[in-house]
Design a binder for this molecule. Structure first.
Ligand code: SAM
Length: 227
């Protein structure tokens, strides 16, 4: 039986190059590598997991899909899951907070020189992750925003290269804010409504909170061209 992926992970899978040698960090059930191998998109992957429960479930899914010769399930923290001889060229890290993804990359920084492409799907704090990428000479080459089950997800694809990012680039995404897709506009309109509601509840004497929120509101209006 073929693995059915969430729309979120299907969107991530589209950015994995044909024949990539993939490390999926925080693989949980190993759905992403199993799907990619079943689709003949890749022929080798490591499913890395740091927690025993998800590691066991990845192991049993890979074995029941009869893919143990193509997918190595390893109990390891972040980039410790691979060695030079694995010739990993692509890393996916999905479904975690942006700060945790940045921390995982920071801890494995020394091993990133041989990796060509990072495909990252933070659940929050995308700005912190983009900052880490810019500060560590990774350039964002593609970005996507999508929605599933009433949640918004951003996918960030980065490769080695230099690119300075403005504060607005960090927050909204340098490519997403140019593209301004319908999903992007709807995400930030929602955020605007939340912030405007929050603003009305802050007492007038609390000038610093009011000014912080009004700056955020202004930045969103600017990016949406609604001021
Ligand atoms: N990547 C899958 C997805 O997007 O659906 C699973 C996401 S799940 C919420 C996050 C997984 O990352 C958990 O199984 C957790 O144990 C694992 N994880 C967290 N930190 C990790 C690390 N430093 N190294 C490897 N796995 C990690």
């Amino acid at each position: 039986m073929e693995t059915r992926l969430s729309q979120r992970l299907t969107a991530v899978a589209a950015y994995v190059p044909q024949n990539a040698r993939l490390l999926d960090i925080g693989s949980d059930h190993a759905y992403l590598p199993i799907y990619l191998v079943e689709q003949n998109r890749i022929h080798f992957a490591i499913a890395g997991e740091v927690v025993k429960g998800p590691y066991q479930s990845a192991l049993s899914n890979v074995s029941s899909s009869a893919l143990s010769d193509k997918i190595d399930v390893r109990l390891a923290n972040g980039l410790a899951a691979f060695e030079a001889e694995d010739m990993i060229d692509t890393i996916t890290i999905c479904g975690m907070g942006g700060r945790l993804i940045a921390e995982i990359l920071e801890n494995g920084r020394a091993k990133l020189h041989s990796v060509q492409r990072l495909i990252l799907q933070p659940n929050n704090r995308e700005d912190d992750l983009r900052l880490w990428l810019a500060q560590n000479d990774f350039k964002i080459v593609d970005e996507e925003i999508m929605t599933e089950n009433d949640k918004y997800y951003e996918i960030i694809i980065a490769e080695h290269g230099k690119k300075t990012l403005s504060v607005a680039d960090l927050r909204f995404g340098p490519l997403l804010k140019q593209e301004k897709s319908n999903v992007f506009v709807s995400r930030w309109r929602n955020e605007l409504v939340k912030l405007e509601t929050a603003f009305t509840k802050i007492p007038e004497v609390n000038t610093s909170d009011r000014s912080a929120i009004s700056q955020k509101i202004q930045a969103i209006k600017e990016v949406l061209n609604e001021n």
